[in-house]
Design a protein. Sequence first.
Lengths: 383, 306
Amino acid sequence: MTQKTEGGDVRLAGISKTYGAFTAVHPLDLTVPQGSFFALLGASGCGKTTTLRMIAGLEDPSTGTVSLGSTDVTHLPPYKRPVNTVFQSYALFPHLDISENVAFGLRRRGIKSVQKQVDEMLELVQLGQFAHRKPHQLSGGQQQRVAVARALINHPQVLLLDEPLGALDLKLRRQMQLELKRIQTEVGITFVHVTHDQEEAMTMADQVAVMNGGRVEQLGAPADLYENPRTTFVANFLGTSNLIQAEIAATASDVTTVTCGDVKLKLPAGRCRAQTSPGDRILIGVRPEKVSIAHADDDATVPDSRNRLTGRIVASSFIGVSTQFIVDSPSCADFEVYVQNVERDARLTPGTEVVLHWNPEHTFGLDADQAIDAGVQSVEDAS
Amino acid sequence: MTLTEARPVKAEPPVHKPSTRKRLVPYWLLVPGILWLLVFFALPLVYQASTSLQTGSLEAGFKVTWHFRTYLDAFGEYWPQFVRSLLYAGTATILCLLLGYPLAYLIAFKAGRWRNLVLVLVIAPFFTSFLIRTLAWKTILADGGPVVDVLNTLHILDLTDFLGWTEGSRLLATPLAVVCGLTYNFLPFMILPLYTSLERIDGKLHEAAGDLYASPATTFRKVTFPLSMPGVVSGTLLTFIPAAGDYVNAELLGSTDTKMVGSVIQSQFLRVLDYPTAAALSFILMAIVLVMVTVYMRKSGTEDLV
């Protein structure tokens, strides 16, 4: 059960899960490199938990195989897999004290002297003094750490975490994110983390797979996903994107020029994820923090090399480090702009005519044949 | 009621009165129950206690003479019936547990949408009288009946004869029949508490145990069964206590050789009319059961769970 150095990757090959007529997970190939912190990110019902449960053995895949290193574990029951899970509701055994909860896995494998390991593990999650309490005597955050300790003590090849922080309040969640990351770095075990919280995924994971409708939309490092979304879903689900419908006017070797009404915008050819012949439709996007905002009177000060749009401020909200503006522009009705509060321009109040401008390098292009608002989180989704 | 009337006169502290009234409400609600127990439980108990210490005869009348000898004499004469009662009730309780646990487990975890139907079937026997059902068993177990025929053909009754559970290749009027009757009659009292405590177990705990290297059998031993202990304890108590005092099964399905202490008490009260002995026997039985239950609950370590 101890870590194997040679190729302990988790490999999912063509794995899928169907319930009657409903397909929870479409055939999916995924490799989680050994020792990495891997996040499966998506809204509820996107198949991320089902995927996790198939790795754990709690769900039988309809097709495909699950391998750990070079071993095919597809048909092994959960209790024979070198994998442990931290459940969403923690699932601590209510009749056992904390120390016995943590020792459970070791005892089942016939290890007699568990005390030293249990003490060390409780020390790791900073719960040493609670060893003889029952789970219900602990707070949510403490129970969560017991659940992590109970799984980690077995030195699994892979630790699976199913929305482990979902039940905690925001502040505690932040704290536990850092804590889990610290533990992962310390023990070096592969973590596969399921979450619907994009911030959580980006803070903790080395690699994020964004899932939508039972499929992986995009896989990559958090910064890469954020900067180079390949679909509108990823662009909208990870942070916020301003997407503009446009048409390709001209293509050069490194710069693509598009038009939107009578506005001309440029973007690097390398950042186009779509057909790029003149006349094709395209969606171009830019992140709100990349955009600068200037009063219409200062129009002349904006360099010509920058992409520019005009519009009128609809709303502004001051949130301390930055101010968020929503600008109504002919090309995009709700264009969001985040401006750092370094030197605030007092003239920028709702109703003001403004010029938006940004470096063309920060523009990305997406295929126009997809819903422009895919992945936009509505109020009831946000928890 | 007086508080409500007093309110318009003393309008000064309007905050205090509702709170004291509210505090008293639970106690008022307890009054009917306490009265009921006082009249129908505590008083008869005191009355029986005094009866057990009386001497005399029906003609001359009974008088309290603090005659504790009755207890010794009663126990000395009827101890075999006590032993038999505890043995039969214990055996029936174990049989109920063995039969009821799988059924309760099935209803709690596997029955799905059939759950309510099966639960109704479990309590369905209660729709007919206890006596009628036991009489029906008399027919089922009768000599020359189908059950005896089958068991004879399979030579199972030879085996039970050998073990002393039955006699002369018949079922009726044997210890086996009495134990079967007790088991049948008290089975629902075992199943229902078991079901209630099994049903409360979070299914995720089974998954967690499996995830932590426990095979299904170990999961049952280490997680499911310990968590169902409250049900096991209350189920066994609800079965054992009434079974130990039962006399209907012994009367209808047994013989003079299978008499339980309940039958003795009944006949002392109603036929022999030796009230002190009957009362003393009742108290001895109560004391024995009380001691056994206390020891059992200490041993199973579930005082806080029941």
